[in-house]
Design a protein. Structure first.
Length: 264
């Protein structure tokens, strides 16, 4: 048996190319995605904590995601805040202090380049750290809110507050009510306008690029399949496999700050 028939020359090339697209930062996958992004007139991007991990911000479900002994699921709920607003604010003060020292990285900046290059572009971020806007992103929805914004539990007033640490408990400048972070906690609805804008982008894009999210928190977790159903090419950049990895068209394993700039 000669070498060609050994491997089955026909199927081998195709299958290996598809398989390679699921391998670690392989040049073929990067080139394929790069070409698709260059040719696309409508691009949507979904980011999660992984893109900010490269700026030194801990992820939620990583080993460094714990504060004291609490998980995000224990603190990021309206029930936790009602029970112990001081505890929840102490957690946010810890994170505000940490995030205040961090800056956008090459991946955040590369996405700003993409925003300027693509005719119809929308960035959907689950991150509340504000590093996308800090890097210059303009066409974006921060669907889980922003850690530098506060909202009054009495009158609903929303304001920016960059105090680090914020005096606990913080009070509303207009009605003196208790302030809470302007962040979407588990069991709370996303802002309807943000959600609409994001769904429209996901349903009408040619390419959906998903960067650094574990893909388990809804509704963002449904965006990959929505885009796929609408006929988009769906690509994922992540350090590790996720529930999306097997179903996306292009999966690239690697660090956001290394891979995303290479896509432009
Ligand atoms: C790298 C990297 C590097 C690392 N480079 N990559 C059952 C079914 C369906 C839905 C539900 C359900 N049970 C409950 C729900 C609803 C719930 C939900 O989805 N729960 C799931 C856990 C199951 N969702 C909600 O409640 C949402 N609201 C809603 O659905 O309203 C309607 C409704 C209400 C009630 C019931 C049902 C429906 C609201 C969700 C709000 C989430 N908010 C949080 C907390 C904010 C607190 C704060 O930040 O202060 O937002 S949760 C937390 O997770 C945070 C994040 O934005 C979000 C996503 O996490 P992310 O970004 O993916 O981070 P990680 O850490 O999970 O992953 C990091 C990834 O990066 C990893 O994959 C790494 O490999 C990778 N990585 N380094 C590239 N260098
Ligand atoms: Zn108020």
């Amino acid at each position: 048996m000669d070498r060609a028939s050994d491997y089955g020359s026909e199927g081998w090339g195709f299958n290996s190319l598809r398989a390679r697209h699921h391998h670690m930062g392989h040049p073929a996958a990067i080139q394929d995605l790069k070409a698709r992004l260059a040719g696309a007139r409508a691009v949507a991007v979904l980011t999660g904590a992984g893109i900010s991990a490269d700026s030194g911000v801990p992820t939620f479900r990583g080993a460094d995601g714990l504060w004291r002994t609490y998980r995000a699921e224990d603190l990021a709920t309206p029930e936790a805040f009602a029970r112990d607003p001081r505890l929840v604010w102490e957690w946010y003060n810890w994170r505000r202090e940490l995030i205040a020292t961090k800056s956008p990285n090459a991946a955040h900046y590369a996405l700003v380049d993409l925003e300027r290059r693509v005719e119809r572009f929308w960035l959907i971020t689950q991150n509340v750290d504000g590093l996308h806007p800090a890097g210059g992103a303009q066409k974006l929805s921060e669907i889980h809110g922003n850690i530098w914004k506060v909202r009054c539990t009495q009158c609903g007033h929303v304001g920016t507050n960059r105090a680090v640490p914020i005096p606990i408990p913080p009070h509303c400048p207009t009605c003196n009510g208790l302030l809470r972070p302007h962040i979407v906690w588990f069991g709370e609805s996303l802002d309807p306008a943000d959600l609409e804008r994001s769904l429209a982008a996901v349903r009408s894009c040619e390419v959906l690029l998903i960067v650094g999210t574990s893909g388990i928190v809804y509704p963002a977790a449904s965006f990959a399949s929505l885009a796929k159903e609408a006929g988009a090419c769906v690509a994922e950049v992540n350090l590790d496999p996720t529930p999306n990895t097997q179903s996306v068209d292009i999966a690239i394993q690697g660090r956001a700050k290394d891979i995303v700039p290479e896509l432009l």
